[in-house]
Design a protein around this ligand. Sequence first.
Ligand code: PLP
Length: 387
Amino acid sequence: MAITARARELKSSGRDVIGFGAGEPDFDTPEHIRDAAVRAIAAGQTRYTNVGGTDLLKKTICEKFRRDNGIQYEQSEVTASNGGKQVRFNLFLATLNPGDEVLLPTPAWVSYTEMIRFAGGTPVPIYAGPDQGYLITPEQLRAAITPKTRMFILNSPCNPTGATFSKQELSAICDVLLEHPEVLIASDDISEHIIFDGLRFYNPVMLAPDLKDRCFLINGVSKAYSMTGWRIGIGAGPAEIVASMEKIQGQCSSNPSSVSQAAAVAALGEDQECVEQMRQAFQERRDLVYRMLQSFDGVQTVEPRGAFYIFPDVSAIYEWPRFQSLLKADLPRSNVFCAHLLDHYDVAAVPGAAFGDDRALRISYALDEASLRKGLERLGNMINDLR
Ligand code: PLP
């Protein structure tokens, strides 16, 4: 968000900045969803609702999990918050005690580490680099579990790498989790519908139903329905945890916007064609971005299987003398790389250090094709100039 703000600032000063920073789809929210919100306003749905969402929204959430994931939840086992972000926050506050270790496959979404710390937990990164497709192995997971491990976080498709577990790969991870009944699982499924090349989405409950009573599913409408500004996240898991989360939310923000809830009912409950259209557009963009990045010197790229991010490893370029002359003692190298890219080539990307991997940068390809080409050509120019 800081990078996007800086890019906006440069844009307003007249610079033609290409923004690869934003973690949000560039499409308008589909019309039938916007219409549902307008109808809700006209019908006077403008008051407080139950803290965790209206009965209708909860019913629709249960239906979503049944339809998309084949999992049966009661209304007491689902909840809605101000974005997936608040779902996670509530979850950590409700379940973590000081000293609890939380296993975090890394690179990981920026907010996880800070949220875990805020709740008193200790983030324990499990690093998976490009050589292993940015996916942790069952052996790495097994080795990281200690008597203090309270939770394991899964985010597939992953922000920032786009790495996505196949059914077989995730089954092997679930087998390790089944050996450790004391470990809770938080599965961040926010990008479940943005998945490529015919790969199917799975979360741990779908593959190992025995994990259901200690797995919490986090999801939302931000990414799949292009609704980042509406702030509706959803969660599903044990009723006891849901009740604690709603207690926290009740003292903090109460219900998410009643109007946004009505929009989320339309998004989750009505025609899903819009999701497929956006998915296809993302896949075409992924193809373009991956192809262009592969042609650059010094860049190692793993082809993303989902989400709308790509995480090229540029660490070979860090060794080039012209890049070394840019280094500043107190700044991670990916920050130097991205600052140079923004200040001299008008392209905003996010330093990998923010996600726990200084060797890379994150490019969000939620942009039209012409802008993607232009931005990547500029990145290519920077690399050539540094050569
Ligand atoms: N989780 C992950 C992995 C994300 O990438 C994002 C958005 O960037 C979020 C959560 C936040 O989603 P929301 O807009 O629903 O709060």
